[in-house]
Structures are given as C-alpha cells and as structure tokens.
Design a protein around this ligand. Structure first.
Ligand code: ATP
Ligand SMILES: Nc1ccn([C@@H]2O[C@H](COP(=O)(O)O)[C@@H](O)[C@H]2O)c(=O)n1
Length: 227
C-alpha cells in the first residue's frame, strides 16, 4: 500500500457500532467510507435473486467479481445502495440477509472475489473501512486499526432498538441467539476469521456512547496528524 492514501480500519462483531462510528469518523476527517459488510450482504441478496445455491462456489465467485452495484450519495447525504438497478438500501439490512451473508463470507473464493473491489475504495484524502477483516487481510498496512466490541446482550439491545424504530417486532432472546451464532461463525471460520489485527486498538463500547468511541478514534487520528 506504498504511496496510497491513509486507511483507518474498524473491525468487530455485528452490532458493535462499526458502521455508525465509521461514518462519523469519515465525516469528521472528510474521508471516504467502505462498508464491506454491505458487499457481503449484496452478494447474498444477488445470489438469492439469481437462484444461486450456497454450495455453488464457482457461480458465487463469478457473481462476487461482477456484482453490479452502486453506492449513490443522496441529497440528505445518506448513501443509497443499488443492486442491478434496484434500490436495496433497506432490503440488505435484515437479519436473514445478514446471516446468509455470513454463510457466504466463510467461502474463500467469495472473499477472493470481493478483495480487489474493496481495495479500490482507497482514495485520497483517506479511507475509513469497516468490517471483519479490514485490518487483518484487506488493508494490513492501514495506519490506524481499531477492534470495536460490546457484549452480545448490549449489541442485541442496540439492534432491538434499531429494528423497533423501523417498526419491526423482534424477540430479544432470539436476537441474542442470532448474534452469538453469527459471532461464532465469523470468529471460527478458516478464512479471514474475525480477530483483532496485530497492533489494533481494542475498544469495548459496552459502557461507552457513540460520541466517546468516535472521540477515541479521532484522538488516534490526531496523533497521526490526520486532523
Ligand atoms: N456506543 C454505542 N452506544 C449505543 N448505541 C450504539 C453505540 N454504537 C452503536 N450504537 C447503535 O447500535 C446500532 C448498531 O450499530 P451499527 O449498525 O453501527 O453496528 P455495526 O457494528 O456496523 O453492525 P453490523 O456489523 O451488523 O452492520 C445502531 O442503532 C447504533 O446507533
Ligand atoms: N469484512 C467483512 C464484512 C462482513 N463480513 C460478513 O458479512 C456479514 C454481514 O456484515 P455486516 O457488517 O453488515 O453485519 C458478517 O456477519 C460477516 O460474516 C465479512 O466476513 N467480512
């Protein structure tokens, strides 16, 4: 990654706050943003649309390499996600799609198929990348690496609030179970498992507000003279 724009990676389990925090840090720095989980979710949705089974590794790799997607900045500065011409910003956020994404993400060829697309997000003045393997595999030379966690119960509580605000009815215990299952699969897979990168700053956000987490990361950015 010599002579490339700087990268801050924020990895961690589902619901730890990576997406929220990454967006705020990117806004503050004026940097680009990569939500790598969205790519795995888009792949899961596209596979389902095309009737591709999760054991058809060859077809999944081709699909991953050629995913027809766009991240469009809308007027209210939110990002609209388009898959094969259809707006799927909300459709990819369900727990079902998240789980399916996590199953496909355990396949080495699928990860390989998405690798270059993720690296292409590095642009001046810098990139904040959120996911599971940003600091370990995709951007191993990132200048700041963060591993963001919170207890499964706290993450389930946050997700519950998020889903209730959208009008969804969800059971807390079922949510904790799903979150633990996804953690287990993401952390124990053979390829790019969810582990802190060497030298990552580990932040447990269970007792922290979003603003406190953002401030910790921005103070690292200030130390690196990005602010
Ligand atoms: N420190 C925090 N305190 C309270 N709520 C938080 C905190 N961080 C994030 N949240 C809230 O938790 C919810 C989940 O956050 P977010 O979607 O950013 O997590 P995530 O790690 O990106 O999850 P996923 O990997 O599944 O996409 C959001 O509603 C967000 O506002
Ligand atoms: N770098 C990444 C990002 C995501 N995944 C897998 O995708 C699933 C959905 O991700 P979200 O962050 O949107 O919840 C996730 O459970 C991972 O299995 C990944 O493997 N690597």
């Amino acid at each position: 990654m010599m002579n490339q724009a700087p990268v801050i990676t924020i990895d961690g389990p589902s619901g730890a706050g990576k997406g929220t925090v990454s967006q705020l840090v990117a806004e503050k720095l004026g940097w680009h943003l990569l939500d790598s989980g969205a790519l795995y979710r888009l792949l899961a949705l596209a596979a389902s649309h095309h009737g591709i089974e999760s054991d058809d590794v060859e077809a999944l790799k081709v699909l991953a390499e050629h995913l027809d997607i766009q991240f469009k900045q809308s007027e209210d500065s939110k990002v609209e996600i388009v898959l094969e011409g259809e707006v799927v910003t909300q459709a990819i956020r369900t727990e079902i799609v998240g789980n399916q994404a996590s199953k496909l993400a355990a396949i080495a060829d699928v990860r390989e198929g998405l690798l270059l697309r993720q690296r292409a997000f590095v642009q001046e003045p810098g990139l904040v990348a959120d996911g599971r393997d940003m600091g370990t595999v995709v951007f191993p030379e990132a200048s700041i690496k963060v591993f963001l966690t919170a207890t499964p119960e706290e993450r389930a509580q946050r997700r519950l609030l998020q889903l209730e605000q959208k009008g969804d009815v969800v059971d807390f215990d079922a949510l904790v179970k799903t979150i633990k299952e996804r953690d287990e699969r993401d952390a124990n897979r053979a390829v790019a498992p969810l582990v802190p990168a060497t030298g990552a700053l580990e932040i447990d956000s269970t007792e922290l507000s979003i603003e406190q987490v953002v401030d910790i990361i921005l103070s690292e950015a200030a130390k690196a003279s990005y602010i």
